[in-house]
Design a binder for this molecule. Structure first.
Ligand code: FAD
Length: 383
């Protein structure tokens, strides 16, 4: 693996960094308090090509490799995880999955709009009663002539109230577990689909997280993404790459925690000198720094494997597991460096910790990542 960035990769990272410093970071605290990111950010992300990274140019994407995608995701995550999540879901879980599994018609219908930010995607797998055990989902899609009629509900859907299309997973067959699941592209303005925003989240407050209810939602048979009954494979392929994106966002959080801790430790004085001179404060900062480096290297490895066409799913789980736990540790350590001031929202450490906390939960909890890694190493499935 070559750790030296190409000119294009360096350029896209610079672009993402400048954009984040100008358009994201200065507003992140206010968006958090208002419980909403400014929706204008979506068009700006699209205009810079950030919603179409790795999508082929013929479908409106900006091309680019997965390392470039990771670099952009890290920079956005450094500024505001709520904004990073918009990209990770609409591009990482939806557009890239359409590019991989879609028919020519589906790609032409959705990809140019998703890549430009004219449309936003969301990913509807989790249900009120099924999270980690996603294969036991109960939303049903019944074939009626040239249509499917969908009924059920989805929970915790990122971009849910903003999205124009939901990549939705429903049961089409009677086989138990994941074998009867199919994937659909459902426009969110389809009659019978209603959305309710979830408030009171610990973190990612600027992000539109929603509950979806489907009551007789009729879509044409052409809305099926991938073969009938292969929806679980569609979902797992999306999540395998999605976990890399979450990991990159966590690197961004950990890097922001390091920046904040170093800056504060250099200014704050106790016992007659800046606290950065106290060895135990340096220990906190060193621990954050090691977490940043290790998480970043694990995440880059996934991108490198994907770009070289190598298997990457276990490495993606490894990066997601480590980086999400590292982001929580790093943000908590940064808060410790800030003392009491870390506990009030005038400083960024508290928001970093709140935003980091969900990373060990979604796209597969830490326990689920351990089971996936354990299964890969032992050949024994504990599910
Ligand atoms: P459960 O599955 O009920 O797990 C509860 C606990 O039990 C966890 O600690 C878990 O690790 C543990 N556990 C479960 N099974 C096992 C096992 N076999 N062995 C050991 N431990 C186990 N979902 C979407 O589909 N799309 C989205 O866009 C999306 N965005 C989200 C955004 C936010 C802010 C949040 C909070 C969630 C989001 N989710 C989304 C849902 C998320 O992926 C689920 O919350 C997650 O998969 C866990 O499911 P659960 O909450 O039902 O927890």
């Amino acid at each position: 693996m070559n750790l030296e960035l190409s000119e294009e990769q360096s350029a896209v990272r610079r672009l993402a960094r400048e954009f984040t410093e100008r358009e994201v970071a200065p507003y992140a605290a206010a968006w958090d308090r208002a419980e909403s990111v400014d929706r204008g950010i979506v068009k700006k992300l699209g205009a810079l090509g950030f919603l179409g990274l790795t999508v082929p140019e013929e479908y409106g994407g900006s091309g680019g490799d997965h390392l470039a995608y990771v670099l952009v995701t890290e920079e956005l995550g450094r500024g505001d995880s709520a904004v990073r999540g918009i990209v990770s879901v609409s591009l990482g879980l939806v557009a890239k999955t359409i590019a991989a599994w879609g028919t020519e018609e589906q790609k032409r219908a959705w990809l140019p709009r998703l890549c430009s930010g004219d449309a936003l995607g969301c990913f509807g797998l989790t249900e009120p009663g099924t999270g980690s055990d996603a294969g036991s989902l109960t939303t049903r899609a019944v074939r009626e002539g040239d249509s499917y009629v969908l009924s059920g509900s989805k929970m915790f859907i990122t971009n849910g109230t903003w999205a124009d299309v939901v990549l939705l997973f429903a049961r089409t067959g009677d086989e138990p577990g994941h074998r009867g699941v199919s994937a659909f592209l459902v426009p969110t303005d389809t009659p019978g689909l209603t959305r309710r925003e979830i408030h009171g989240k610990l973190g990612l407050r600027g992000q539109a997280t929603a509950e979806l209810a489907l009551d007789g939602v009729r879509v044409p048979a052409s809305a099926l993404l991938g073969p009938e009954g292969k929806g679980f494979s569609v979902a797992m392929s999306a999540l395998a790459k999605g976990r890399m994106s979450v990991a990159a966002g966590c690197v961004g959080i950990a890097q922001a925690a390091l920046d904040a801790a170093v800056s504060y430790a250099s200014q704050r004085e106790q016992f007659g000198k800046p606290i950065a001179h106290h060895q135990l404060v340096q220990e906190l900062i060193a621990d954050i720094s090691v977490d940043v480096d290790a998480a970043r290297l694990l995440t880059w490895r996934v991108a490198d494997l994907i770009d070289r066409g190598q298997p990457f799913a276990t490495e993606s789980s490894t990066a997601k597991l480590f980086a999400s736990e590292a982001a929580v540790r790093a943000a908590s350590n940064a808060l410790q460096v800030h003392g009491g001031y870390g506990y009030i929202d005038e400083y960024p450490a508290g928001k970093l910790l709140r935003d980091a906390r969900v990373m060990t939960l979604y796209e597969g909890t830490s326990q689920i990542q351990k089971l996936l890694i354990g299964r890969a190493r032992t050949g024994v499935s504990a599910f």
